[in-house]
Write a protein that binds this ligand. Structure first.
Ligand code: HEM
Length: 205
């Protein structure tokens, strides 16, 4: 059935609320998958520095976990979120005329590109030719957080998107969290290197 016809159907009164419920459930599942997927990429990438027998075992395990997470949780979450969003727009097509929705759709397009890029990275990790370092992957993992905050703010505030102190506080919080994650990872790496040096220094020649 063509889209204009679908949108002119008379929907049952609760259809909108059902679509919205499932849209939110889909969004939660999608984001849980995206966040954990890139975290797995970080562990997978850092396992490349291990000795060959250990590295092969970790490669196989992380590869399996990534494929299952991406195909069984993340992508189905995305499909549910987007399909239910289409349902919401069919019931309420006027949303499509509002500028907050245009901004939201632009951020969602960025999120879909990020989703596709994660599949590309997953393929590279499985083939062993990923050029991204653990540090770069950690930074990449901050992008969906930013998109999540922006999209949720748009959908809640709609035409009255706030630009005051509270918004800047939220932006500062996201930046602070991203910085802390990088700082903690660096501190752990330096500590591991120091311990390794101490151990090799203490070992008999
Ligand atoms: C495919 C693109 C999407 C479209 C067309 C879309 C459309 C919509 C529409 C029409 C609503 C109902 C607004 C209302 O009743 O006030 C809604 C609600 C919502 N959307 Fe989306 N959405 C999309 C993707 C997303 C994404 C990616 C997120 C999360 C990052 C998201 C988060 C939400 C939330 C949290 C609500 C509930 C807001 C509320 O009830 O106050 N949406 N969406």
């Amino acid at each position: 059935m063509p889209l204009p016809l679908l949108s002119s159907l008379s929907w049952p009164p609760e259809a909108y609320l059902w679509f919205k419920t499932l849209h939110i459930v889909g969004v939660v599942v999608w984001f849980a998958g995206l966040f954990y997927l890139v975290r797995l990429f970080i562990y997978h990438r850092e396992a490349a520095d291990l000795d060959p027998p250990l590295r092969q075992a970790f490669d196989a395990q992380y590869g399996l976990m990534e494929r299952r997470l991406a195909n069984i949780i993340t992508t189905p979450g995305m499909v549910v979120a987007v399909t239910m969003a289409v349902g919401l727009l069919l019931v309420e097509p006027l949303w499509l005329k509002q500028s907050w929705m245009h901004a939201k759709l632009a951020f969602v397009a960025a999120l879909l590109a990020y989703h596709g890029f994660c599949y590309r990275l997953m393929g590279q990790l499985q083939r062993g030719d990923c050029r991204w370092s653990g540090r770069q992957l950690r930074a990449l993992n901050e992008l969906p957080t930013l998109l999540l905050v922006l999209v949720v703010m748009l959908v809640v505030f709609k035409g009255q998107f706030p630009t005051g102190a509270a918004t800047w506080f939220l932006v500062a919080l996201v930046v602070f969290m991203a910085g802390s994650i990088q700082f903690y990872a660096r501190w752990r790496r330096l500590r591991a290197e120091r311990l390794a040096r101490q151990e090799s220094g203490g070992a008999p020649a």
